[in-house]
Design a protein around this ligand. Structure first.
Ligand SMILES: *Cc1c(COP(=O)(O)O)cnc(C)c1O
Length: 394
């Protein structure tokens, strides 16, 4: 392949990044190299470490291809893989903070990331302060002399607050702290994390990168500032991803652009329809003009994906169960980012300590998959009929 540097869009980058057919007899995709041991031709070569691959845990052509593709797409200095999205969040955190250090974390953070910090993180001596995700430049007031990192997640899990990442990064860097972002929702296709000042861009690649609900994997891409620490800690901790899973993620990555386009189009269509329904008090989707941070989203993002939430009008929980239990196209399940639509109920009250959640109705999260949007709306419409039936009986 000709490696002359063209300036290319992300859609083009994902079709080619990390691809080296010349290394694999011309086959377009790297094969799945399974292996622990790699043999050396001589003691000298082994002692000098003078060989491209040396041990399966350190590097292998299948995992390397995915790392290279992610790093290129993110515009990063380097990238590492982790066995799950949560593992990527934890690995990124532990690469930058240790005993006695302080980290700032948004109150809207993915609940298992919070759980890590409140349990194992605390035991390791990491001090955490949860901040209002809407704080923006005001974050500068929360820095302590031992604040080493600011974690961000934009939009926030379930409640979709968009954070002012450039303002937060400016304040963090002025203080000598690094910025971490859980960029799972937007992916680098719709939010260029490193260009906006992020040092460690994290993705649960389980979601949109894999895209088919058949593997768990996490990625972390680093700015030049954070790469040495990330690379060292990842190596020290023995973090490893199987070549089979890396291969699934690389395969998913190649079609990310077209899938996200459809997720976005259908999600906007469903979101607009939901806004018109009597049973709905609020739809929370950054791509909607009614979203409280819509202008911030327009400034920094180039797209919205398929995950959104809505709040019902006050109703008995039985009405919500009637709505969701019998949907035929939406499954009830965790995770998202696959081709299939999903629904679940969430209670943000249980996941916050600094901010409050005042909505009276029930919060329902939907993942809009790759089905026809009209079909999804028809399924939801029948669900709202069941919802009404229970409300009228109550
Ligand atoms: C799902 C998710 C994760 C964790 O990913 P897993 O692969 O399930 O561990 C992390 N962050 C966000 C925002 C997620 O939605």
């Amino acid at each position: 392949m000709n490696n002359n540097k063209l300036t290319t869009s992300s859609a083009t980058v994902i079709a080619h990044a990390g691809s080296h057919p010349e290394d694999h007899y011309g086959f377009v995709n790297p094969p799945i190299y399974r292996g622990s041991t790699v043999v050396f031709p001589s003691v000298d070569c082994m002692q000098n470490g003078d060989q491209r691959y040396q041990y399966g845990r350190w590097n292998n052509p299948s995992t390397e291809a995915l790392c290279e593709a992610i790093s290129t797409l993110e515009g990063a200095t380097g990238a590492v893989l982790c066995p799950s999205g949560l593992s990527a969040c934890v690995t990124a955190i532990l690469s930058v903070v240790g005993s006695g250090d302080h980290i700032l974390v948004p109150d809207s953070v993915y609940a298992p990331t919070r759980h890590f910090l409140d349990t194992a993180g605390k035991r390791l001596g990491i001090q955490t302060t949860y901040y209002d995700p809407q704080i923006g430049a005001g974050i500068s007031e929360l820095f302590q002399s031992n604040t080493e990192a600011v974690f961000t997640e934009s939009p926030g899990s379930h409640t979709f607050e968009i954070q002012d990442i450039p303002a937060i990064a400016k304040a963090a860097h002025a203080h000598g702290a690094l910025v971490l972002l859980d960029n799972t929702w937007a992916t680098p296709l719709y939010f260029k994390a490193i260009d906006h000042g992020v040092d460690l861009s994290i993705m649960a690649a389980t979601k949109y990168i894999v895209g088919h609900s058949d593997a768990l994997i996490g990625t972390i891409a680093a700015s030049s500032r954070a790469w040495p620490q990330l690379k060292a800690y990842h190596f020290q901790s023995g973090t490893y991803v199987s070549p089979d899973d890396a291969n699934l993620a690389l395969r998913g990555l190649r079609t990310l652009d077209v899938r996200l386009e459809r997720h976005q189009r259908s999600a906007l269509c469903v979101a607009k329809w939901l806004e018109e329904q009597d049973q709905v008090s609020r739809v929370i989707y950054p791509g909607l003009p009614s979203h409280k941070n819509h202008s911030l989203w327009r400034r920094d993002f180039t797209g919205a994906t398929g995950l959104l939430s809505f709040v019902t009008k006050s109703a008995p929980i039985e009405a919500v169960k009637a709505l969701l239990d019998d949907l035929s196209l939406f499954g009830l399940g965790y995770s998202w980012g696959g081709f299939e639509s999903l629904a679940m109920t969430v209670d943000p009250r249980k996941m916050r300590t600094t901010t409050t959640w005042e909505e009276e109705g029930h919060l329902i999260r939907l993942h809009i998959g790759l089905e026809n949007a009209e079909d999804l709306i028809a399924d939801l419409k029948l669900g709202f009929d069941r919802f009404d039936l229970i409300c009228h009986q109550a």
